[in-house]
Design a protein around this ligand. Structure first.
Ligand SMILES: CC(C)(COP(=O)(O)OP(=O)(O)OC[C@H]1O[C@@H](n2cnc3c(N)ncnc32)[C@H](O)[C@@H]1OP(=O)(O)O)[C@@H](O)C(=O)NCCC(=O)NCCS
Length: 181
């Protein structure tokens, strides 16, 4: 069971079956906000879909291939963040995240992404952490930029979002850069 306290306000936890109701509620309340940049909202329309996500997240973690953690802000479920992929061959962790509507603007994700970056280097011994975002997703891009990641370039038409493609931008942090920042 993964539990990681970030600071006095923030904690990450691997989702459990009993989290399904709260996680589905947050997703459903945040649907139009999340749909602007995330591709899976039309596949999450009932609590059963969230239960499947939680089961998949537990398997991903058990297989050591990634981590989807719930973010608790002052004890309240605020969003999800983690490693979409842990690439052990290339020692690269790929960070992903979202916040529920109403939880933006508190620095929750900047602190969470910082903790995930630190954990990837110091606990998982990764060499590289990547954050990818749609080119137009200014709030998402601001997170690696605040944390001192390097902008590495743009990937054209990298993702299909319901009815159009979006370009992605790639940010990277290397282990040596993290140590010497
Ligand atoms: C991307 C997303 C997580 C960013 O949320 P966010 O609230 O802007 O990011 P943070 O939680 O780090 O908060 C940063 C904001 O809080 C402010 N802030 C307050 N306290 C802060 C602190 N201690 N540290 C950093 N920022 C702080 C910052 O000034 C910033 O405000 P601004 O946007 O007015 O400049 C959110 O917009 C989201 O979930 N979007 C939809 C899903 C999505 O796009 N996911 C990413 C796909 S790649």
């Amino acid at each position: 069971m993964f539990v990681h306290k970030i600071d006095e306000e923030l904690e990450l936890k691997l989702p459990q079956k009993h989290d399904a109701e709260a996680l589905f509620r947050l997703t459903d309340q945040s649907r139009s906000h999340l749909k602007e940049w995330l591709p899976w909202l039309d596949f999450t329309t009932k609590e059963e879909d969230t239960k499947n996500f939680i089961a998949g997240s537990n398997k991903l973690y058990a297989d050591n291939q990634g981590l989807n953690a719930l973010i608790f802000f002052k004890g309240e479920l605020a969003g999800v963040a983690g490693y979409n992929q842990l690439d052990w061959t290339n020692k690269t962790a790929k960070v992903g995240y979202w916040l529920g509507v109403g939880f933006q603007g508190h620095g929750i994700m900047t602190r969470t992404a910082q903790a995930l970056t630190q954990y990837a280097f110091e606990e998982l011994n990764m060499n590289r952490v990547e954050i990818r975002a749609a080119a137009g997703n200014k709030k998402s891009r601001a997170i690696p930029e605040r944390l001192g990641y390097t902008y590495e370039g743009q990937i054209r038409q990298a993702e299909w979002l319901y009815d159009h493609y979006v370009d992605h931008v790639m940010y990277g942090m290397l282990s040596d850069e993290w140590k010497n920042r």
